[in-house]
Design a protein around this ligand. Structure first.
Ligand code: BES
Ligand code: MN
Ligand code: ZN
Length: 482
């Protein structure tokens, strides 16, 4: 969908539909002149109670030639003093996906109420773009139709903000595509191809041999059961000579659990265990597109986790790059093994902060459902910055504790650490495990196991991969340079 910014009068827009956002208190006031030209049709809809401005409520009417746009779509914003940036996105998502399903092509957005609420048309457009995403690579017949353009009726200079919006949506769509793609077509080697398609970055791929020499034993132990070669992908984006921000994305392209095999039911979803890596690739794409004046090192420790004749077994002890030994209690707690080595690896670049993003625990969605990313870390000021980005983007995060007492949970009888302590506290003990590797470096862990996939459609998120964390991290990085 193309975004056009142009100041024309609503009633003269020569397209398929005019979108009029309305809050509950607005009645028809902001659009009085338009309604007069429509002989009071809008007021009739409101007076009849068919439309009251409730959040995401929709009403559509044909204009019958009384004004230039063929249709008017009313979209509810809810109570005036409760409208937020995210409700703006939701309204955009609802309106655009509704119109798309009618096979409408060119639409316009009136910005009167949005401006009077001191909110941003860019957020409405972002919700629109995000809602229109479809994954149809594997369908014989491509779904036809679709919104071609949205014209934002404004005389303000919205160009810069719209550029960010477009970059963030495109990055989210890339992450969604990667995650939705099944694991037979989304192997570690395919992730390498995508990394190599990024512009303005340099790529280094550490193959199994080299990884052995570097001592990435915990990461490599995950790859033992798979015939797909593991790829430890390092992406460098350097626009400024400062210590880097390190982004690490869990990139298990399929997590069967390994010898600690997962139940068959729902296992097909474990293609989404590389959603952290996909998010990081999306963020790097946006960073380079927007020429962020930053230094970023991204690491995707990619591999499959499969059972096999050479696979790691419960009870095995492996050694990390850092030197710590880990007893593998469950081969299904593989994410932290790969991340431990990735964290140690990025530390050699002396990063100012490490952010890892991972579908790490089933317990994450037990605790928070699909509504929030679980956040843990060792640096409060870094976590406050993530929270700021969360407010900006509507990607909710919720902080979980890393009490010292959790240290006992991951003590092993024969090694320095064990990778699983069972169900009790498993969301936070996984975080604590990573904390042992972050050491003194400022670090945040984001568990997106609950948010990276949705089984239910949301106002601007279709069913399937969500792109969780992409807009959050882009906003975090953008705020750094401000
Ligand atoms: N990838 C899974 C976590 C997961 C589960 C993500 C469901 C998304 C949906 C992870 O590797 C895993 O299997 N974690 C185990 C850890 C346990 C063995 C300590 C879990 O959470 O059950
Ligand atoms: Mn697992
Ligand atoms: Zn996993």
């Amino acid at each position: 969908m193309k975004i056009i910014i142009k100041k024309t009068d609503e009633t003269t827009f020569p397209g398929d539909a005019l979108i009029l956002p309305l809050s509950e208190e607005d009645n028809i006031r902001p659009y009085k002149e338009i309604d007069e030209k429509l002989n009071g049709l809008l007021k009739k809809i409101i007076d009849s109670g068919e439309f009251s401005g409730k959040q995401n409520e929709i009403s559509l009417l044909h204009t019958g030639g009384k004004i230039k746009p063929l249709r008017v779509l009313l979209i509810g914003l809810g109570k005036r003093n409760e409208v937020t940036r995210d409700k703006m996105r939701q309204a955009g998502g609802k309106a655009c996906s509704y119109l798309r399903n009618l096979n409408v092509r060119d639409v316009a957005l009136s910005t009167r109420t949005i401006t009077s609420l001191k909110l941003m048309p860019a957020d409405f457009a972002e919700g629109g773009l995000l809602s229109l995403y479809r994954f149809e690579k594997y369908k014989k017949e491509e779904l036809t139709g679709g919104l071609k353009s949205i014209t934002i009726l404004s005389s303000k200079d919205l160009k810069k903000e719209m550029k960010w919006t477009k970059a963030a949506a495109a990055a989210t769509h890339l992450a969604r595509d990667l995650v939705n793609t099944p694991s037979n077509d989304m192997t570690p080697s395919v992730l390498v191809k995508y990394a190599q398609s990024l512009e303005k970055v340099s790529i280094r791929v550490i193959e199994r041999n080299r990884a052995e020499k570097l001592g990435l034993g915990a990461y490599l132990s995950v790859a033992r059961g798979s015939a797909e070669p593991p790829k430890f992908i390092v992406i460098t984006y350097k626009k400024k000579n400062i210590p880097p921000i390190a982004l690490i994305g869990k990139s298990i392209t399929f997590d069967s659990g390994g010898i600690s095999l997962k139940p068959a039911r729902g296992m097909e979803l474990m293609k989404y265990d590389m959603a952290g890596g996909a998010a990081v690739l999306g963020v790097m794409k946006a960073a380079s597109e927007m020429d962020l004046p930053l230094h970023i090192i991204a690491v995707l420790p990619a591999t499959e986790n499969l059972p096999g004749g050479r696979a790691s077994k419960p009870g095995d002890v492996v050694r990390t790059m850092e030197g710590k030994s880990i007893e593998i209690i469950s081969t299904d707690a593989e994410g932290r093994l790969a991340l431990a080595d990735a964290i140690e690896y990025v530390k050699k670049f002396k990063p100012s902060a490490i952010i890892d993003i991972a579908t790490l625990t089933g317990a994450c969605s037990i605790a928070l459902g699909n509504e929030a990313i679980a956040m843990m870390g060792n640096d409060d000021s870094l976590m406050r910055k993530i929270e700021k980005a969360s407010e900006d983007t509507g990607e909710r995060v919720w902080q979980m504790p890393l009490f010292d007492e959790y240290k006992d949970y991951i003590k092993s009888d024969i090694a320095d650490l064990k990778n699983s302590s069972g169900r009790s506290g498993s969301l936070v003990t996984s975080g604590y495990f990573l904390k042992e590797f972050a050491g003194n470096t400022s670090w945040v862990h984001l568990d997106i196991a609950g948010t990276a996939w949705t089984g239910k459609e949301r106002p601007y998120i279709p069913v399937g991969a969500t792109g969780s964390g992409v807009r959050l991290l882009i906003s975090f990085l953008r705020n750094l340079q401000k």
